[in-house]
Design a protein around this ligand. Structure first.
Ligand SMILES: [Zn+2]
Length: 296
């Protein structure tokens, strides 16, 4: 309130992102930017054309982009619990145009930055709220983000593209060192190839590593974050408690990932298949020479 009066704030926003599992959909990222008068902008995030995976950070960043696009008043206060989008914006603004394209989601940062241009606002106060401590402003946004995640409504994409800071690289590698390594590496390989007689060389296309599907990504993510098996540590509350009481008939214990991967007698064949796939992957990867820097 003190800040609002001191700076004559006309509009107050509270923001939050959401990253959660929704039944039958999988992991969902959503954002919500809510204004003091009840206006809420946001929704679920869609995977973009580049197929870049979603995450918790993007929900928070989207909420920042959205308030900036939706606000018409000139003196604004914005409350949020995630600091990283604002830090990313500050870094982005201090960068040279040519380096900006290397920023993560540079198109969104460019859009946010463009909306914050001086002619549009007189004052913007970024106010960091500690999350989940009962601050009502933050709880409001948190609730709205939860609603956004569980509603099948997708957020409008507000990009200005990379027009302001795109760089074109005509086959050049970034950085002199990397460039030199590639160029000299290629020359050395060409000479070794010309001299070698009974050597097996891996040709481009000899081994195609298949791209992982979205459902495989999901499974791996669930496994890595200990949410794949019913009794895993981070599985949803009630069901986890119920599954903790259930024991596998083989005597290995509860239905968690550690038992499935290390002890369960019922899953022996599945484990063998996993080990065989890992060994095949290991062999395939160790004979790759294209990315190797040859030293003289
Ligand atoms: Zn078992």
């Amino acid at each position: 309130m003190v800040l609002e009066e001191a700076f004559g704030v006309q509009s107050v926003w509270t923001l939050d992102g959401s990253w959660r599992h929704i039944d039958k959909v999988g992991m969902v990222a959503a954002s919500a930017a809510a204004r003091h008068d009840g206006l809420v902008v946001g929704g679920r995030l869609e995977v973009d054309a580049d197929g870049m995976p979603l995450n918790a950070y993007l929900g928070e960043l989207a909420a920042q982009v959205d308030w900036a696009h939706a606000e018409g008043a000139r003196r604004v206060m914005v409350g949020f619990d995630a600091v990283s989008p604002v830090l990313a914006l500050l870094r982005f603004r201090s960068m040279h145009d040519r380096s900006r394209s290397a920023s993560y989601r540079d198109d969104w940062l460019a859009s946010f930055s463009a909306e914050l241009r001086l002619e549009r606002f007189d004052v913007v106060i970024f106010y960091h709220l500690k999350s989940h401590t009962g601050i009502s402003l933050n709880e409001y946004a948190d609730k709205e983000a939860g609603v956004a995640a569980s509603t099948e409504f997708y957020r409008t994409i507000r990009g200005v593209g990379r027009a302001a800071h795109a760089s074109a690289y005509f086959g050049a590698f970034r950085g002199d060192r990397q460039k030199a390594e590639r160029v000299f590496g290629a020359a050395v390989r060409a000479r070794l190839r010309a001299e070698s007689v009974n050597t097996q060389w891996l040709e481009p296309g000899d081994l195609r590593v298949p791209l992982r599907s979205a459902s495989e990504e999901e499974t791996l993510w669930l496994l890595a974050s200990q949410r794949l098996f019913p009794a895993d540590k981070k599985y949803h509350g009630e069901r986890q408690a119920a599954m903790q009481a259930e024991q596998c008939p083989c005597g290995c214990g509860i239905y968690g990932w550690a038992n499935a991967f290390l002890r369960c007698k019922e899953l022996r064949l599945e484990r063998e298949a996993v080990v065989a796939a890992l060994q095949a992957g290991n062999i395939a990867m160790t004979c790759r020479i294209l990315g190797v820097v040859l030293r003289q």
